[in-house]
Write a protein that binds this ligand. Structure first.
Ligand code: FAD
Ligand code: NAG
Ligand code: NAG
Ligand code: NAG
Length: 614
C-alpha cells in the first residue's frame, strides 16, 4: 500500500513538470493503491459468483470492477499480463504504433500470447486481400494494444444511438456522467511541450467533476515537429483548430491535438487494467481467472446460469447466481453467442447447435472504418527519426523526464463531411445513403503522424479514414467447436459509396499535404505521383486501405423486433434471461472517431443500471 501521489511527486523535478506533479499529488493522494492485490482464484474448481464476466478487456474489466464493489464477480480472460507478454511495447506510448503483430498482412509476426490471430476471409472488393485483425488477448484486452487516442463522438451520433435503440438515456448529456465517471483528464502541460506553435484551448468542463474516473487521460507531453506541419496542412483545408477539443460532442469541421489514454505522471499506457484494477484498487469481490478461456455459455431453459471454461486444458463451470456478462469483443462476443446457441437458427442448425434464441442479427452489421495514407519524405525532424538516430538519448529523456518521443503518441486529428465541390461527383445512391448520418457526424477523419524513414529521414504521414462507412461485414462460425476461429468477413468496399468517399478523402489529404510543399522532399512515396485519376485513386485505396481498428456493432443494440438487434438498450440479449453483452460489439453502430471512451462509458452505464436495478 502506498500513496500514488508520491510516485508522481518524485518525478516532478522541474518547474515544467511541477504542474502535473502537483496535480497527481492533490488528486490522487487519497486513493490507496493496491497494485499487487490480485488473489489467485481456485482454477479448475466449480465456484458460484453473483456475476460472471467473460473477457477481461476494455469493457470487461470496467464493468467487473464496478460490480465487484457490491457483489461477487468472476472475470474470465483467455490471456495473461501484457507487461510480461508484450513488454514495453505495450507500456511505452511511443511504441504503440510499432507493435510488430499489428501488421495487417497474413504473414504478420505472431504473438499468440497477446493476440487472437484472427485473419479475415479474402476481401473481394479490396484486392482479394486477407486481413490480419489483431485483438488484445490479455488483461486489458485491446486497451493494452491500441494507439491510445481517446475522445468522444458527437451529439448527433449519440442522439442517433438513443433514437435507434428507443432509449433517450443515450443522448450526449445523459451519458456524460458515465464518460466522466470512467476517466480523469490532466490539463495540457504547455511548458513541458515547449512548442508555442502547438498550443490550444480546451473545455475544462468535459472531465473531472466529482465523478473523476480511473482511466488516465492526457495530452502528449512532447510534440512531434513534423506533426505541427501536417496540422498546418490540414488547417489549410478550412478545418480550424477546435476551441473546445474533441471531448465535448463536436468533431466535424475542426481538428485538434487529441487526448490520449496515457498517465502523464510516469508516461505509461493507461489500460482498463492499470485503471480499473490498479488505480482504484482491486475490489474485494473480484476474482480474475486469467489464462482461462470461456468455451460456452450455459443455460437452464432460457436463463443463463453459468459459463463453461478451460484453464490448462481442464474444463469446469463457473456458475452465475445473477447474470453472465459477455465482454469478449467485436469478434469474440458474437462467436461465443453462436457456439452457445444464440444466433440465426439456420447457422446453428447447420452445426447441430441447439437453438436457445433465434436471433438473426448475431454477427451481422459489422461496421469497420477503413484507413489509408499519403506519405512523403519530409525535411522536418520527427520522433521516429530521433529514436532511430539516438536511441540512448530517447531512452534517457523518457526515464529521466517522462518526456521525448517515447513518452507520447502525439497526433493531430480532424474531421469533416466531404465538401460540396467534391461531393458533387458522388452518385445519387451515395448521396442518399450518406443522408442517414446526422449533420455533425463526419465522413472522414484525417490523422497527422510521422515515422522514421530510410537513411535517417522522416516520413510525413497524413492518413484519412472513413468515419461514416456504409459497407457491412459479418462474423459467423464454420464449426460448433469454440476452439475453431470465427469466420470474419469485413465487407470492405462492398458498398460502392465507401469507394467514392475514399477517393474524395484521399484528394483532400493530398491537397492538405501539398499546401506544405516546402517540407516535401522528392516525389510522393504513397500513393505516388502516378496515381492521379479517380479510377487510379480508387484502385489504390482498394488495394492499400487497412483497418484503423474500430470494428464494432456485431451484437447490435436495438429495439425489440428490429431484425438487426441482438441486445436491448440495457444490453440484455433478446430471448433469454440473465445475459448481457457489454463491449464494442453491443454498439448499435460504430461511432465516428476513436471508440474506446465510448466502450468505457457503456460499461459504466450498464454497471450503474445493474447496481441501481434500473
Ligand atoms: C491495434 C488497435 C488500435 C486501436 N486504436 C485505438 C485508438 O487509438 N483509440 C480508440 O479509441 N480505440 C482504438 N482501438 C479500438 C479500441 O481499443 C477497441 O474498440 C476497444 O478496446 C474494444 O473493447 P472491447 O471491450 O469491446 O474488447 P477488448 O478490449 O478487445 O476485450 C475483449 C476481451 O475478451 C477476451 N476474450 C475474448 N474471447 C474470450 C473467451 N472466449 N474467453 C476468455 N476471454 C475472451 C479477450 O482476450 C479480450 O481481453 C484500437 C484497437 C486496436 C486493436
Ligand atoms: C513549430 O515549432 C517546432 C518547434 O519549435 C518546429 O520544429 C516546427 O517546425 C514548427 N512548426 C511550424 C509549422 O512552423
Ligand atoms: C524496450 O525493451 C527492449 C527489449 O527488451 C529494449 O531493447 C529497449 O531498450 C526497451 N526500451 C526502453 C525505452 O526501455
Ligand atoms: C540510403 O543511402 C544510401 C547511400 O547514400 C543509398 O545507396 C540508398 O539508396 C539509400 N536508401 C534509400 C532507401 O534511400
Amino acid at each position: 500500500m502506498r500513496f500514488l501521489g508520491l510516485a508522481c511527486a518524485d518525478i516532478a523535478t522541474t518547474a515544467a513538470q511541477l504542474s502535473v506533479g502537483q496535480l497527481c499529488v492533490a488528486l490522487w493522494s487519497l486513493q490507496l493503491f493496491f497494485g499487487e492485490a490480485l488473489a489467485q482464484p481456485a482454477f479448475g474448481q466449480p465456484v458460484t459468483y453473483d456475476y460472471v464476466v467473460i473477457g477481461g478487456g476494455t469493457a470487461g474489466l470496467a464493468i467487473a470492477s464496478r460490480l465487484a464493489q457490491v457483489a461477487s464477480v468472476a472475470v474470465i480472460e483467455a490471456g495473461g499480463f501484457y507487461e510480461q507478454d508484450n513488454g514495453n511495447l505495450s507500456t511505452i506510448p511511443g511504441y504503440a504504433t510499432a507493435i510488430p503483430f499489428l501488421d495487417t498482412t497474413p504473414s504478420y509476426p505472431r504473438n499468440s500470447l497477446m493476440d487472437w490471430d484472427y485473419v479475415s476471409v479474402p476481401q473481394t472488393e479490396a484486392g482479394g486481400r486477407q486481413i490480419h485483425y489483431a485483438q488484445g488477448k490479455t488483461l486489458g484486452g485491446s486497451s493494452a494494444i491500441n494507439t491510445l487516442a481517446f475522445h468522444r463522438a458527437t451529439y448527433g451520433a449519440y442522439q442517433k444511438w438513443a433514437d435507434l435503440v428507443g432509449d433517450q438515456s443515450y443522448t450526449f448529456w445523459n451519458i456524460l456522467p458515465f464518460f466522466k465517471k470512467s476517466a480523469f483528464s490532466y490539463p495540457p502541460n504547455f511548458p513541458k511541450r515547449n512548442t508555442p506553435n502547438a498550443t490550444f484551448t480546451y473545455d475544462l468542463t468535459a472531465f473531472n467533476d466529482f465523478l473523476r474516473g480511473p482511466v488516465q487521460v492526457s495530452w502528449a507531453q512532447w510534440v512531434d515537429p513534423t506533426i505541427t506541419w501536417l496540422a498546418k496542412g490540414i488547417r489549410s483545408l478550412g478545418l480550424p483548430q477546435s476551441v473546445l477539443g474533441l471531448n465535448s460532442g463536436f468533431l466535424t469541421g475542426t481538428g485538434a491535438y487529441v487526448t490520449t489514454s496515457v498517465d502523464p505522471c510516469d508516461a505509461t499506457r493507461s489500460s482498463s487494467r492499470t485503471s480499473y484494477m490498479e488505480k482504484i484498487g482491486v475490489p474485494a469481490g473480484l476474482q480474475v481467472y486469467h489464462h482461462t478461456r470461456a468455451t460456452k455459455i450455459l443455460f437452464s431453459s432460457k436463463r443463463a446460469k453459468g459459463v463453461q471454461v478451460t484453464t490448462n486444458d481442464k474444463s469446469y463451470t463457473l456458475t452465475a447466481k445473477r447474470e453472465v456478462i459477455l465482454s469478449a469483443g467485436v469478434f469474440g462476443s458474437p462467436h461465443l453467442l453462436l457456439v452457445s446457441g444464440i444466433g440465426p437458427a439456420a447457422t446453428l442448425n447447420k452445426y447441430n447447435i441447439p437453438v436457445i434464441s433465434n436471433l438473426a442479427g448475431v454477427g451481422q452489421n459489422l461496421w469497420d472504418q477503413l484507413y489509408f495514407q499519403i506519405i512523403n519524405v519530409v525535411s522536418t525532424p520527427s520522433g521516429g527519426q530521433e529514436i532511430a538516430l539516438d536511441p540512448a538519448k530517447a531512452n534517457k529523456q523518457y526515464y529521466k523526464q517522462q518526456w521525448g518521443p517515447l513518452s507520447s503518441v502525439s497526433a493531430y486529428i480532424s474531421f469533416e463531411k466531404i465538401p460540396s465541390t467534391l461531393r458533387s461527383t458522388f452518385s445519387r445512391a451515395t448521396k442518399v445513403a450518406l443522408e442517414w448520418f446526422p449533420a455533425d457526424w463526419p465522413e472522414v477523419e484525417y490523422v497527422a503522424g510521422a515515422a522514421a524513414g530510410p537513411n535517417g529521414s522522416t516520413l510525413g504521414v497524413l492518413s484519412a479514414s472513413l468515419t461514416a462507412p456504409l459497407s457491412r461485414g459479418s462474423v459467423t462460425i464454420k464449426s460448433a467447436d469454440p476452439a475453431t476461429p470465427p469466420v470474419i468477413d469485413l465487407g470492405w468496399f462492398t458498398n460502392p459509396a465507401d469507394g467514392e468517399v475514399a477517393v474524395a478523402g484521399l484528394k483532400r489529404a493530398r491537397q492538405a499535404f501539398n499546401s506544405i510543399s516546402s517540407i516535401k522532399v522528392g516525389p510522393e512515396v504513397a500513393p505516388g505521383d502516378a496515381v492521379k485519376t479517380d479510377a487510379q485513386i480508387l484502385a489504390f485505396v482498394k488495394n492499400a486501405a487497412t483497418q484503423i481498428w474500430h470494428a464494432g456493432a456485431t451484437c447490435s443494440m436495438g429495439k425489440n423486433g428490429d431484425k438487426r438487434a441482438v441486445v436491448d438498450s440495457r444490453a440484455k440479449v433478446f430471448g433469454v434471461e440473465g445475459l448481457r453483452v457489454v463491449d464494442a460489439s453491443a454498439f448499435p453502430f460504430m461511432v465516428p472517431g476513436h471508440p474506446q471512451s465510448t466502450v468505457y462509458m457503456l460499461a459504466e452505464k450498464i454497471a450503474d443500471a445493474i447496481i441501481k436495478r434500473r
